[in-house]
Write a protein that binds this ligand. Structure first.
Ligand code: AKB
Length: 315
């Protein structure tokens, strides 16, 4: 049985991944959090929690030693738009923090999962069927930290044998913990507006395609990759994974099918638009499919029905 530490356990991905991991590994999953973002409800009740600030290497080392951790899920990060206004903090958390995790992993023999993103690509990469291995020259601080994180994680694998693995997540859509400061957040916000019966003001222009994924598929991907047979992995950091690609018009029309009164208008945010324009329309994820049997379960319609059902029950 694994002993797992989730760093960033109360964030957008962490809050759901920690609970999902506890379904597999029981109480052997420690929820790492920073003061001010304490675990609540089910997250607080179902297993141990510890203060783990990714920028504090000693705190990571102490928690790993105390709970005999062998696997770290490193989910601490600033999202793309907010990273542009806090570029030094984005680097400090994304790279200095990752270095802290990797050093502890090297010393104590831990495996490490670190998510990358569609943000790792930049204008130079092919937009359609973006290959697993292609040019990655992003112009955003978020992208710079993601590419650097991929390289650093690969370095710790080849140089020190640390079992590092990662995926390039698309925009993640969930009804549980809202994201904050991302470029793909519109695809979450649009569901909240529809469920509340409000007009949605879309910050991304029609015709802008990006990869998106429903959270249950993203959680399964992270766990499945960390369980994958290492002898099959030709790649490590980080695998393209994809399930659906749409623009604001397509998601609007999909929601409109189930909410005929729903209205969307555009209020384009130039920062988010310029970030979105530099990201892929749709990634090629055949390496993940071949090397660890990745396959998504949700398409746009299944996700839309589930999101509307869950959010409508809340509002
Ligand atoms: C963001 O929009 O910043 C993230 C991402 C795609 O990495 N959701």
């Amino acid at each position: 049985m694994k002993n797992i530490l989730v760093i960033g356990s109360t964030g957008q991905i962490g809050s759901e991944l920690t609970l999902e991991l506890r379904k597999h590994y029981g109480e052997n999953v420690v929820a790492g959090y920073i003061p001010g973002a304490e675990p609540k409800g089910e997250l607080a009740e179902t297993g141990p929690a510890a203060i783990v600030d990714i920028t504090n290497g000693q705190q990571i080392a102490d928690t790993v030693a105390k709970y005999r951790v062998d696997t770290v899920y490193n989910l601490a990060a600033l999202l793309s738009a907010v990273a542009e206004s806090k570029h030094r903090l984005a680097w400090h958390i994304g790279i200095d923090g990752l270095m802290n995790v990797l050093e502890v992993a090297r010393e104590r023999g831990c495996a490490v999962f670190t998510p990358s993103s569609i943000g790792a690509f930049g204008d130079g990469a092919p937009k359609d069927m973006t290959p697993q291995d292609t040019i990655c020259r992003p112009h955003t601080m978020y992208g710079v930290t993601k590419v650097t994180g991929e390289l650093l994680s690969d370095y710790y694998y080849t140089r020190f044998g640390v079992d590092t693995r990662g995926v390039r997540f698309p925009g993640l859509i969930s009804y549980v913990t809202p994201p904050g400061g991302g470029t793909t957040d519109y695809a979450v916000d649009i569901f909240y507006a529809a469920a509340r019966g409000e007009t949605f003001r879309c910050p991304i222009q029609g015709g802008t395609f990006m990869d998106m994924m429903y959270m249950p598929d993203a959680l399964r991907a992270a766990i499945q990759l960390m369980e994958a047979d290492p002898s099959r992995l030709r790649h490590r950091n980080a695998f393209n994974i994809a399930s659906m690609s749409f623009d604001p018009e397509i998601i609007y029309r999909q929601i409109h099918k189930y909410r005929p009164d729903f209205v969307m208008e555009y209020a384009v945010d130039p920062l988010r638009q310029s970030i979105a324009d530099s990201w892929p329309n749709h990634m090629d994820d055949h390496c993940a499919r071949e090397e660890w049997d990745w396959a998504p379960r949700y398409d746009l319609d299944a996700m839309t029905r589930d999101m509307l059902e869950k959010l409508s029950a809340r509002f």
